[in-house]
Design a protein around this ligand. Sequence first.
Ligand code: HEM
Length: 430
Amino acid sequence: MTLPVQQGNSDATRIAMEQHSQRLVTAFIVSGMLFMLLPGTFLGVWNLIGISQQRTLNSLSPAWLQAHGQAQIFGWIGSFILGIGFYSLTKMQSTLRFPVRAGWTSWALWTLGIALRWIGGVTGWQWKILLPLSGLLELVAFLFFFHSVRRHRPEQPAQRAETWMVVVMAATTAFLVALIVNVIALAHLALYGTSPALPHVLDQQLVVLFVWGILVPTIWGFNARWLPVFAGFRKPNGNRLLLAYGCSLAGIAAVFAQWLPIAAVAFLFASLLAVDALHVWEPAVQPAKLLHVHASFPIFIRITYIWLVVSCVLTGAAVLYDRAGGIWGASRHALTVGFVAGMVFVIGQRILPAFCGMRVLWSTRLMLWSLLLLHVGCALRVALEPLAYEGYWNFAWKLLPFSAFVELTAVILFALNIAGTLLRPPAHLR
Ligand code: HEM
């Protein structure tokens, strides 16, 4: 329900809209963190312990593996994207009110859809109904969001949309496409499948679509918008960022055509172009804004891009040498944990306190430790997984669970810091 604001935007209306959007973004962040912790990370750790005990990836139920991936990609990061997306509607110069009803309907359907997907995948209970239903709920939830965003476009759009907006809008469209493909795949599985797991090749193609089609460009788009302000980086080179985005689309297409060597090259080019376009490894041109965050903020931004490039190099190595899934796994982990989770940890602790009610981050020291442990755990996992899975060094099997516990600790610290922040009163009320 979006009503036109009468007689201009009164202060009271604006404050009410801001409060509605703050409550909604908080709901998305809280449910996203719950998915991150329990269905996502705990299941991931459990899976890794199982694989390490049996010393083979094949010992793991594919349905559990996919449930973990879904909970992390859609349950955690997807919820964060939707919450921040709804919140940013209040910042658009539109004459429409904040879409309160659409926002809460979207949150309820999205959260229910993700929960059903996880329950159906992990327990196998009524999965032929739960899986397609979950896909449908996620799609309808997203359509509420998509419709709200389209309605809130400024009435007189600027001459030419800025590059960051183009990239974020493209990623949003890819999100819609991915959810349509997802629901079709789940319906097909329910009709013809024998277990709640998608066939391996299709599942891997979908993971690439979700990660490279949605998560990576959304991060690039928001990095282009925020890093010059938060980290003092040089303004991004728009054309180069669009070229990076084009290369990543080519990579996704190549994965679906099963031209993996071409995909590996395209993703590597995409990531190097993005590093160059966003100037992340160049000296900053102005001081970073470090109030209420840890002073290491710009360093951790730069580290995430190392993971992006490492992941692409490992994809190339996997195409050439992988036999048991270890190099593919390391490449995916470098991307999802090193780059995506690393970025959400560092940017999230910068922006979420303000978005969720003008708060101040609870602890900058917890921020540092969550980031340090995440990257140490990720480095251990990425180094050990090829050694163990590919049979190069048997002792690596014993060390692998340790990497999962380090990452689990990092995730708990991140969640604690955000929860502690949300439980404190807003800065202006203290
Ligand atoms: C933080 C601790 C995490 C642990 C311990 C963990 C563990 C695992 C394990 C054991 C696998 C099975 C394949 C393999 O052995 O490589 C896996 C797959 C996967 N993980 Fe994670 N993971 C974690 C975090 C994440 C995060 C943050 C994301 C995404 C944002 C993610 C996304 C995925 C995806 C997409 C797959 C593949 C699922 C599929 O093939 O359908 N993981 N993870």
